[in-house]
Design a protein. Structure first.
Length: 75
Protein backbone atom coordinates (compact mmCIF):
# COMPACT_ATOMS: atom_id res chain seq x y z
CA UNK A 1 0.00 0.00 0.00
CA UNK A 2 2.78 2.44 0.86
CA UNK A 3 4.68 1.56 -2.31
CA UNK A 4 1.60 2.20 -4.43
CA UNK A 5 1.11 5.59 -2.81
CA UNK A 6 4.79 6.44 -3.38
CA UNK A 7 4.55 5.47 -7.06
CA UNK A 8 1.37 7.55 -7.38
CA UNK A 9 3.10 10.63 -5.94
CA UNK A 10 6.15 10.10 -8.17
CA UNK A 11 3.99 9.91 -11.29
CA UNK A 12 2.06 13.02 -10.20
CA UNK A 13 5.33 14.90 -9.67
CA UNK A 14 6.60 13.83 -13.11
CA UNK A 15 3.35 14.95 -14.76
CA UNK A 16 3.46 18.32 -13.02
CA UNK A 17 7.06 18.87 -14.09
CA UNK A 18 6.17 17.91 -17.66
CA UNK A 19 3.26 20.37 -17.72
CA UNK A 20 5.55 23.14 -16.48
CA UNK A 21 8.01 22.25 -19.27
CA UNK A 22 5.18 22.46 -21.81
CA UNK A 23 4.17 25.87 -20.51
CA UNK A 24 7.79 26.99 -20.76
CA UNK A 25 8.02 25.79 -24.37
CA UNK A 26 4.72 27.28 -25.49
CA UNK A 27 4.78 30.61 -23.65
CA UNK A 28 8.40 31.23 -22.70
CA UNK A 29 7.54 31.60 -19.00
CA UNK A 30 9.28 29.39 -16.47
CA UNK A 31 9.63 29.30 -12.69
CA UNK A 32 12.31 31.63 -11.35
CA UNK A 33 14.57 29.25 -9.45
CA UNK A 34 17.04 32.08 -8.79
CA UNK A 35 14.66 33.33 -6.10
CA UNK A 36 15.35 30.19 -4.01
CA UNK A 37 18.01 31.24 -1.54
CA UNK A 38 19.19 27.78 -0.48
CA UNK A 39 21.60 26.44 -3.13
CA UNK A 40 20.68 22.82 -2.38
CA UNK A 41 16.96 23.43 -2.86
CA UNK A 42 17.67 25.47 -6.00
CA UNK A 43 19.68 22.58 -7.43
CA UNK A 44 16.88 20.14 -6.63
CA UNK A 45 14.32 22.44 -8.28
CA UNK A 46 16.50 22.81 -11.38
CA UNK A 47 16.95 19.03 -11.66
CA UNK A 48 13.21 18.48 -11.14
CA UNK A 49 12.35 20.96 -13.89
CA UNK A 50 15.06 19.49 -16.12
CA UNK A 51 13.48 16.07 -15.69
CA UNK A 52 10.19 17.51 -16.94
CA UNK A 53 11.95 18.96 -19.98
CA UNK A 54 13.44 15.55 -20.73
CA UNK A 55 10.06 13.83 -20.45
CA UNK A 56 8.47 16.53 -22.61
CA UNK A 57 11.16 16.07 -25.28
CA UNK A 58 10.62 12.30 -25.28
CA UNK A 59 6.85 12.71 -25.64
CA UNK A 60 7.28 15.30 -28.37
CA UNK A 61 9.65 13.04 -30.30
CA UNK A 62 7.21 10.17 -30.05
CA UNK A 63 4.29 12.30 -31.21
CA UNK A 64 6.19 13.73 -34.19
CA UNK A 65 6.90 10.22 -35.48
CA UNK A 66 3.44 8.85 -34.74
CA UNK A 67 0.82 8.16 -37.37
CA UNK A 68 -1.91 9.09 -34.88
CA UNK A 69 -0.98 12.77 -34.72
CA UNK A 70 -0.76 15.41 -37.44
CA UNK A 71 0.38 19.02 -37.43
CA UNK A 72 -2.41 21.57 -37.20
CA UNK A 73 -1.89 24.14 -39.97
CA UNK A 74 -4.41 26.69 -38.70
CA UNK A 75 -2.93 30.08 -37.77
Amino acid sequence: MAIGRLVHYAVDAALLSTVVAGVKRSSGFSPNTESISDPTLRSIADKYLGFGETVFDMIQGTVVNSQYFKRDTRP
